[in-house]
Design a protein around this ligand. Structure first.
Ligand code: ISL
Length: 574
């Protein structure tokens, strides 16, 4: 009998199959490659593996454009390979979560091919088709039905000459948005989800699930300074029927099935919305990915980032800890396939690589919520040193760059934005060892391997007690061993410099104190009086000797001792 909230003590590992392990030398990772690397995942100790999309796809957005939901893309293998992988994971006690991309399909999906074939086709209404704006000529600039800008630059509408209407695509031209107003669409999605669950998968990570309900009137959005297109977000983010759809999905797909995990990817979600999504009584999803902390460093746009003030990152995470403390549940992440590497972005990859990678991990993993590790994060993988546009592959980066340069931005400035924020930093091949292609492929990798794999790789780290990998392993073990990590309350405990984050977790008689320096400068931690009194100092006090630290060599340090740059210490009592 598995507890309905088993995922509170679980750690999820995200595999981006294209970049994890290639088994056949074509330079693209695949399912048999993942199978070869299950020892790595088992050693790390993760409970659940989330696979980014492996369905049949023309790969305009690396598989987030699906042309057949019930087949595996030949680049990744076959359904038989998939079944074998699933069985192999289950045999090791690991669960498998699929990526569910149902805000849109590929334009090559049979549903869309039918939909675009004529205005009378029964599937016409499965997507968002609209005539040109009144008094304009379809296909002309400005004739789009709304002024919205796509997430991947340019308008969200594509003109279809043959049928004389536009279709909506919030993302790439090759990712037309499904019309969830149509009950046939919803039933087709639910049926597909049941098909995968019947096959044995253990849940779904739901891609941009808070964009599925659109205001059917589709009004124009505000045009911000210096922008050509409008922001349509108010018409499609957390739309009017979203909760109705998710509750329906729960009834139609999840009711009566045990042991599953569901996580909604919800860009732009507010704390109040997140409570609604994750309140178990509402039966929607178990947890959501919120975006506040990964948007802090965005300037006027994602690719014009700004440096963070000390303490900003911690303050944002603490706000979500407090906000979802009593009702709902957090997912905890710093990285995924859409984000730059955390040690480069929030840490200090040059001067304090090990300490900052492990300090960030400590901060995150001992919070209340379900932690997600993105492949390579457990090795402290860094951003890629890409320097020319040809190094990049991602559609978002390429489109944003083209638009910047066309509007007069200097090439060097446009490249600078990508060097900090491109999604490709997360997508360079997994660094298994120091050989030419890092052990990822015997062929030519689809995206260049980071040259620092000669120093940052799994082979040198496994078994080395001073490695990022072994540190992650200890953090993950703590969640399994101590109920306070999974179930304890959260309270911020520091009262000094904003760059120090300290927090307490309490569960019955069990108590944990986590103290982290999130800067490259030494600091004295300062605590609220009642916290200092609790942890005391002197012979035998629980605040004298940490149960875990990232200092090399491990040194006993009392809870209020000065913190070296990026030092992290964890104390336990009870
Ligand atoms: O990374 C982003 C751009 O800065 C986000 O806007 C991202 O596009 C958004 O989080 C949605 O992401 C998900 O859906 C996209 C896909 O490209 C991403 O890889 C996926 O995680 C469209 O399916």
């Amino acid at each position: 009998e598995i507890a309905p909230d088993w995922w509170k003590s679980a750690v999820v590992y995200q595999v981006y199959p294209r970049s994890f392990q290639d088994s056949d030398g074509d330079g693209v990772g695949d399912l048999r490659g993942i199978m070869q690397r299950l020892d790595h995942l088992e050693r790390l100790g993760v409970d659940v593996v989330w696979l980014s999309p492996v369905y049949r796809s023309p790969h305009a957005d690396n598989g987030y454009d699906i042309s057949d939901y019930r087949d595996i893309d030949p680049a990744f293998g076959t359904l038989a390979d998939f079944d074998e992988l699933l069985a192999a994971m289950h045999a090791r006690g690991m669960k498998l979560v699929m990526d569910l991309v149902v805000n849109h399909t590929s334009d090559e999906h049979a549903w869309f091919v039918e939909s675009r074939s004529s205005r009378e086709n029964p599937k016409r209404d499965w997507y968002w088709w609209r005539p040109p704006r009144e008094g304009t000529q379809g296909g002309d600039p400005g004739a789009e039905p709304t002024n919205w800008e796509s997430f991947f630059s340019g308008p969200t509408w594509e003109w279809d000459e043959a049928t004389g209407e536009y279709y909506l695509h919030l993302f790439d031209v090759k990712q037309p948005d499904l019309n969830w107003e149509n009950p046939e669409v919803r039933e087709a999605v639910y049926e597909m989800m049941r098909w995968w669950l019947d096959r044995g998968v253990d849940g779904f990570r739901m891609d941009v699930i808070n964009l599925i309900s659109k205001h059917p009137s589709l009004p124009d959005g505000p045009v911000r300074d210096g922008k050509r297109y409008g922001d349509g977000g108010a018409s499609y983010t957390n739309g009017p029927r979203l909760h109705e759809f998710l509750q329906e999905m729960h009834r139609e797909v999840f009711d009566g099935r045990d042991g599953l995990i569901t996580v909604g990817e919800t860009p732009g979600v507010t704390l109040d919305e997140a409570i609604l999504f994750t309140d178990p009584a509402r039966r929607e999803v178990d947890m959501v990915f919120q975006f506040e902390h990964v948007g802090l460093d965005h300037g006027i746009s994602k690719f014009r980032p700004r440096p963070l003030e000390p303490g900003e990152l911690a303050a944002s995470l603490v706000k979500w800890q407090e906000g979802l403390h009593d009702v709902g549940w957090n997912s905890l992440y710093l990285e995924n396939h859409d984000q730059a590497r955390s040690v480069s972005r929030f840490g200090d990859a040059d001067e304090h690589w090990y300490a900052s990678a492990t300090a960030l991990a400590t901060m995150l993993h001992l919070m209340r919520g379900t932690p997600y590790v993105y492949q390579g994060q457990e090795l402290g993988m860094t951003n890629a040193p890409f320097s020319v546009i040809d190094d990049y592959r991602d559609v978002e980066s390429l489109n944003a760059y083209a638009e910047e340069v066309a509007s007069g931005t200097a090439v060097a400035d446009a490249l600078y934005g990508l060097s900090l924020m491109s999604r490709d930093h997360a997508r360079t091949p997994m660094q298994w060892d120091a050989t030419t292609n890092a052990g990822f492929t015997s062929g030519t990798p689809w995206l260049a391997v980071n040259p620092n794999h000669d120093r940052i790789n799994a082979a040198v780290q496994l078994g080395d007690p001073g490695s990022v990998f072994e540190y992650y392993r200890q953090l993950i073990a703590l969640r399994h061993e101590r109920a306070v990590v999974a179930h304890g309350s959260f309270e911020r405990a520091d009262a000094g410099h904003p760059a120090i984050l300290a927090y307490e977790r309490v569960h019955g008689a069990e108590r944990l104190l986590v103290v982290v320096n999130l800067t490259s400068v030494e600091h004295d931690p300062v605590f609220a009086d009642e916290v200092a009194a609790r942890w005391g100092t002197g012979a035998g006090e629980p605040g004298d000797v940490p149960i875990l630290t990232n200092t090399i060599p491990d040194s006993p340090a009392p809870f209020d001792a000065p913190l070296a740059p990026w030092e992290a210490r964890v104390y336990a009592a009870g």
